[in-house]
Design a protein around this ligand. Structure first.
Ligand code: NI
Length: 418
């Protein structure tokens, strides 16, 4: 009996190794093609909501590889569906298509050809990796234990985000994925490494606009006026005390006022000042109380100074929360691909935001980090930099890891060994 079980396990392990070998082989075979995909997108960046060419390019590649494609989802979103065998589960893999309003200063042949717009957050890499993953998994479709949905969403960088609209457009239905995975370029880590973490991964991101209304007049007679500039400075200063004195210190938060505009001349007391800012939190409870706390400060300060105000608070992306079991699975898969010494558990969440959170709010999700820097080659620029670039060896790593995750997830859901 024992011997039989052992044989069965050996066979399953043999089959598992064989499947991983196939993925690695195919990913290596398409390595140069995928680098070309990435460069094509990098050269032709499009801002959120305008990803027309990028979207058509991605859809074309998926169709060429016999993957069922839906175009025009929530604007320029593209959804590919690879059908596996039988009454199967579905896993979703997600990438984002949009670039940023940043000038590309890199001197490389694939630098952005569009003035003032570039892929400075690696979404070109995410899209190329997902296209490559679709090709790899497409080549193994007979052995897939379920369906894989490839989600290419628009507008990740825009405040309203594309993910929410993709969900409203039905991307998590028909067939409904039971889990979703995504990766993000991570220049803090060397190429060939993977970062993972269970639980909270990113902050939530809300935005606000404050208008302080005073009473203008001559700068030499302030007593006859209500100085909107002075009141604004008091409001800004008071807002910064919310995080130190009103929110629980074990739940980090950031309030930043990013813009301030007002006044017309040095000798005129300003009538109106407008400020805009962002709020980042890691706990849903802190996120919930922020609008009221900020408004209280504005209300009290303007009342004291005889000014009035307008306050607009927009709730944005929640935190990305990685599922515990999916984190374990992703970690195991990453170890299989890049070996244990290249897989790192990320110690802390970041205060940046990511609209992947909308998916992981609906279904279990897992967001991993793909190491993209290379100290020896001098590729170390941070995300959103005018010189941002990646070591393109990261593309094959991403494809292998994402493909292997999808295979293992479906296999675990099918409740059987390969
Ligand atoms: Ni990004």
């Amino acid at each position: 009996m024992k011997k039989q079980v052992k044989q069965c396990l050996d066979k399953a392990e043999e089959s598992r190794v064989n499947m991983l070998e196939k993925i690695v082989k195919k990913a290596e075979e398409i390595r140069d093609r995928v680098i070309k995909f990435r460069r094509e997108i990098h050269r032709n960046p499009e801002l959120g909501g305008s990803e027309e060419k990028t979207s058509a390019f991605v859809a074309g590649i998926l169709e060429d590889n016999d993957i069922e494609v839906k175009r025009g989802v929530a604007g320029y979103g593209v959804v590919g569906l690879l059908k596996g065998s039988g009454e199967a589960d579905t896993v979703a893999l997600r990438a984002d298509l949009d670039a940023l309003p940043i000038q590309d200063y890199k001197k490389v042949e694939y630098a952005s050809s569009v003035p003032g717009i570039m892929h400075a957050c690696g979404h070109d890499v995410h899209s190329a990796v997902l296209m490559g993953t679709a090709i790899v998994l497409g080549s193994l479709r007979e052995r897939l234990k379920g369906n894989v949905k490839f989600i290419f969403q628009p507008s990740e960088e825009r405040p309203t985000g594309g993910a929410d609209y993709m969900i409203k457009a039905g991307v998590l239905e028909d067939p409904a994925p039971s889990a979703i995975f995504a990766l993000h370029t991570f220049p803090e880590m060397q190429v060939g490494t993977i970062g993972h973490k269970a639980g909270i991964m990113t902050a939530s991101a809300d935005r606000f606009r404050i208008v302080i209304k005073g009473k203008s007049g001559h700068a030499s007679r302030p007593h006859q006026t209500v100085d909107a500039v002075l009141v604004s400075s008091m409001v800004i200063s008071a807002i910064h005390h919310i995080v130190t004195r009103r929110t629980d210190p074990i739940h980090p938060a950031v309030i930043s006022v990013g813009t301030i505009e007002g006044g017309s001349a040095p000798n005129v007391i300003a009538e109106v000042v407008e400020m805009r800012g962002t709020v980042r939190t890691l706990s849903p409870k802190t996120k919930k109380i922020m609008p009221a706390l900020i408004e209280k400060v504005i209300k009290g300060t303007t009342l004291t100074m005889g000014a009035t105000y307008e306050f607009l608070y927009e709730s944005g992306s929640p935190s990305v929360v990685n599922d515990w079991a999916l984190n374990q699975l992703a970690k195991r898969c990453a170890v299989d691909v890049v070996s244990a010494q290249n897989v790192f558990e990320l110690p802390d969440p970041i205060m940046g935001a990511e609209d992947f959170a909308y998916y992981s709010e609906k279904i279990p999700g897992m967001f991993i980090r793909l190491g993209t820097s290379n100290r020896e080659k001098g590729i170390m620029t941070p995300l959103h930099s005018s010189y941002f670039d990646v070591d393109e060896d990261a593309l094959a790593v991403g494809i292998k890891v994402m493909s292997w995750i999808a295979v293992n997830y479906l296999c675990s859901k099918a409740g059987e060994k390969l």
